[in-house]
Design a binder for this molecule. Structure first.
Ligand code: UDX
Length: 436
């Protein structure tokens, strides 16, 4: 099948490369010439495990190519819209400019019978708004939300745990076409949910709202644990054994970040307000507030444990990405903690295996270094992204290079006993500090 993918960011680049891997003839289109040049040379614009291999495979087979010219979408039969919907500056709503521009620029190149497929996360009602202009040129629209997790984006795309097709009334052909697109990815037990536009759009924001709520729920329990001497990690294990609850997404810590969860819950709240249903999702404001409070708490703990001030204290910040296996620092709690500590006069040296370049672009005032440089002579070590490299640090070796063995484990990812045994004052979130 001939396919175009409009937008080659986190979502589109992975989607285009994955569809080529699934056997299609794919052109990825992006307005950014540098991105297109890099992708055309097989260089992934983001750190995403597996993506470089898929790019190399697709380019070599010539099934995959990239272009800045939207006219190159002509000739494809299915056109995916995979541009970003970031948070609007000065508002909580989603910025729809990129989706609107992508669709408007695509329309003159559509042929009768073509299928346009929205993948971007959008406010409910968007597909219904866009469909008439697409139908006016004899093409059709479907909405097929993406559930990929950064760090696992390739696996999630080529082996999805479910597929959702939002289609126009009676457009059964769209179902067949989408099944053909994903034929090589659909296993006999892969659920395919065929529904209307609004449900498909809502599935995505509802899923992300649920995940965000689960994280903020356990972080709220962490707040209670902190004043009662309880241990939130044991609590999460205990409630997680209830199959109706499940242990996943119950890791208390510095909270969620990234390009999806924070902006999606805010955009959903804004959309519900427009729909006159702000009460229905009022709890999401609380979810957001709990999440942001955890960042403050980490900073507060550093100050408290340093005796009341971080001024001129050397603080090693381990981690900048919003989660491991990613170089993404959008709304990253880790980067936020580094910036706040720097703002309080601490000598922050921040490190990350992949996210230093992106962090420096946003916050050139910070000092970045290797993990060794960060740890040398540190008065406090703060682990804010649970990269494997940090989880596997040897507490005895690290104790030998710091000035003061104080570790704030903002992801509850270290072995508290082992660190305490090695002479550290161990401070997790939602659990009692530990020292021998
Ligand atoms: C999320 C959704 O999982 C995905 O389905 C959707 O398509 C896009 O948004 P992603 O942003 O890649 O994916 O990251 P995810 O793994 O969901 O983690 C989000 C944030 O929550 C991270 O900052 C992570 O550290 C944090 N988190 C996750 C917790 O704080 N605790 C947990 O238990 C789980």
């Amino acid at each position: 099948m001939r396919i175009s993918v409009i937008g080659c960011g986190y979502l589109g680049a992975v989607h285009a490369a994955s569809l080529a891997h699934l056997g299609h003839d794919v052109v990825g289109i992006d307005v950014d010439p540098e991105k297109v040049e890099n992708l055309s040379a097989g260089r992934a614009p983001i750190f995403e495990p597996g993506l470089p291999d898929l790019l190399a495979e697709g380019l070599e087979s010539t099934r995959l190519r990239f272009s800045t010219d939207i006219a190159d979408a002509a000739g494809a039969h299915v056109h995916f819209i995979a541009v970003g919907t970031p948070q609007l500056a000065g508002s909580t709503g989603a910025d729809m400019r990129f989706v609107d521009a992508a669709v408007a620029s695509l329309i003159p190149h559509l042929r009768g019978g073509d299928l346009v497929v929205g993948k971007s996360t959008v406010p409910v009602g968007t597909a219904a708004r866009l469909a008439p202009d697409i139908e006016a040129v004899g093409a059709r629209l479907a909405w097929n939300p993406e559930f990929l997790r950064e760090g696992y984006a390739v696996t999630d795309t080529i082996a999805p745990d479910r597929l959702v097709y939002g289609i126009a009334d009676g457009d059964d052909i769209a179902v067949d076409e989408l099944n053909e697109v994903y034929a090589a990815a659909i296993e006999s037990d892969t659920p395919v949910i065929v529904t209307d536009y609004a449900t498909a759009e809502l599935v995505k924001v509802a899923a992300n709202s649920f995940l965000a709520t689960k994280i903020s729920f356990i972080n709220a329990m962490a707040e209670i644990a902190e004043v009662t001497g309880a241990d939130v990690t044991k609590l999460a294990d205990a409630i997680g054994y209830d199959k109706r609850i499940g242990r996943k997404f119950l890791n208390a810590g510095v909270g969620f970040g990234g390009g999806c969860l924070p902006k999606d819950i805010r955009a959903f709240t804004a959309r519900a307000e427009e729909l006159g249903r702000s009460d229905s999702v009022a709890f999401l404001k609380e979810v957001d507030a709990i999440n942001l409070r955890r960042r403050e708490r980490v900073v507060e703990l550093v100050i408290e444990r340093l005796g009341g001030s971080a001024f001129q204290k050397k603080v090693a910040v381990l981690g900048l990405a919003f989660k491991p296996n990613s170089d993404d620092v959008r709304d990253s709690p880790a980067l936020d903690v580094a910036v706040r500590l720097h703002g309080l006069g601490a000598n922050v040296v921040a490190t990350d295996p992949e996210a230093i370049a992106n962090s420096r672009r946003l916050h050139p005032q910070l000092t970045f270094g290797t993990v060794e440089e960060a740890l040398a002579g540190a008065d406090a070590v703060v682990v804010v992204t649970e990269w494997k490299q940090y989880r596997h640090l040897d507490p005895r070796e690290v104790a030998a290079v710091v000035a003061n063995p104080l570790v704030i484990d903002a992801r509850n990812c270290l072995d508290a006993e082992a660190w305490a045994d090695a002479g550290w004052e161990y401070v997790g979130l939602g659990r009692r500090p530990l020292s021998r």
